[in-house]
Design a protein around this ligand. Structure first.
Ligand SMILES: [Zn+2]
Length: 389
């Protein structure tokens, strides 16, 4: 199995890099136009239609192939959205180039040919050099201020000795494992960062729309970076835990999740905003690539009903008045924390596809302590969730 990670650094671009970025952007837009006019969106068809039209661009030919392939991605998304209603023709404004060909790392520098016999040279930071040492570099992405390298290694898949189901919501990530332990990781900080920044943004009162947008974007970027850091911390702890116990990971397949939080479903605007901006996708992405890096299997399951059904007997759960986070099963009588219940349902769905069985109640063990005082895991006693007899 090939596992992939990325590492980033800042750099200052020279004229050649800026020219390459601008040409790449133009080539992408040209390909998008052709793709829409000729109604093609497969890589092969678009290459045939567009490649010759890119002859005028004075760059190495593999950037043309990469531009076609990037345009295919944009066209696919466009068609998906266009099917649902009216959309504007996609147009790329962002300067960004990604290539998987032609580059080399030599003497601590990234060498990137851009025209025949002309090479862009970017010095790599010690951190980047140390990170990529011994790994294969798969691709290079440049923006006007950032350079990121995707690097890969071959890992042998770990035979899992168990699984952990992961449920995430606004304030926490909850894990339930096949050996019966339950772990919660607090993410209030990330939610707080988001609400602080959206408050800051709502107080920006400038008349010029462009300035207002610029400031809002700046805060948006800062917020994303901050939240990303918090998520990195959480995903690292989760995957460390999985690695320590040789556990595979089960998560909900949340594609289309955001559609649940649209107007008219009874949730307030502020709540929708927080949910929409909440980076489920980012957290999952991080957990997935970090788990793969350790050779741990990742399983995705259908999310429908994971929070509504009893994880013991499958009946519909009822709310307990005045108990915000607790749910009660009217048929088997269990009282359960709603996050724990969801994590257990996710786990049970994943384990159905896995070659090991869920332990029966009798086999449930007390969660092991990892002896790390820094650990922010909140260990939950399982007995509190056992059915009342
Ligand atoms: Zn039940």
């Amino acid at each position: 199995m090939l596992a992939i990670k990325t590492v980033q650094q800042f750099y200052s671009p020279d004229q050649n890099i800026l020219r390459l970025l601008e040409q790449f952007r133009q080539m992408m837009n040209r390909c998008i136009q052709i793709g829409i006019a000729e109604n093609v969106s497969s890589l092969k068809a678009l290459s045939l239609k567009a490649y010759r039209q890119l002859a005028a661009y004075d760059v190495m030919s593999y950037y043309k192939m990469c531009a076609v392939s990037a345009a295919v991605g944009v066209l696919r998304n466009y068609r998906k959205v266009a099917r649902q209603g009216e959309t504007r023709m996609p147009y790329v404004r962002r300067l960004r180039v990604t290539t998987c060909y032609g580059f080399k790392v030599q003497d601590g520098r990234l060498l990137l040919p851009h025209r025949p016999r002309e090479t862009i040279k970017i010095p790599l930071t010690p951190h980047v050099r140390a990170t990529i040492a011994g790994n294969l570099i798969r691709s290079v992405t440049l923006t006007p201020d950032k350079l990121s390298l995707a690097y890969a290694k071959h890992v042998s898949e770990v035979r899992p000795q168990g699984f952990m189901g992961i449920d995430s919501n606004l304030d926490n990530v909850t894990l339930a494992t096949t050996d019966g332990s339950v772990l919660k990781h607090n993410l209030c900080k990330a939610t707080r960062v988001k609400s602080t920044y959206s408050r800051v943004r709502s107080h920006i009162k400038r008349n010029d729309v462009r300035i207002r947008r610029h400031i809002a974007n700046k805060y948006g970027r800062k917020q994303r970076e901050k939240v990303k850091q918090i998520l990195h911390h959480a995903s690292k702890q989760i995957v460390d835990e999985a690695k320590r116990r040789h556990f595979g990971v089960v998560m909900e397949n949340l594609t289309g999740m955001r559609r649940l939080y649209v107007r008219g479903n009874g949730q307030g605007r502020a709540y929708r905003g927080r949910m929409n901006s909440w980076s489920y996708a980012e957290l999952q992405r991080q957990i997935e690539y970090k788990a793969h890096w350790e050779g741990l299997p990742v399983i995705y399951v259908h999310p429908h009903g994971t929070s509504a059904k009893c994880s013991v007997c499958g009946s519909r759960l009822a709310r307990i008045p005045e108990e915000n986070r607790q749910l009660r099963c009217p048929s088997c009588g269990v009282t359960v924390d709603r996050d724990v219940n969801a994590a257990r349902n996710i786990l049970a769905r994943g384990v159905r596809f896995a070659p090991i069985a869920l332990p029966t109640e009798a086999m449930v063990q007390e969660p092991a302590t990892d002896g790390n005082p820094e650990s922010r895991w909140e260990r939950v006693n399982l007995k509190a969730y056992a059915p009342k007899s």
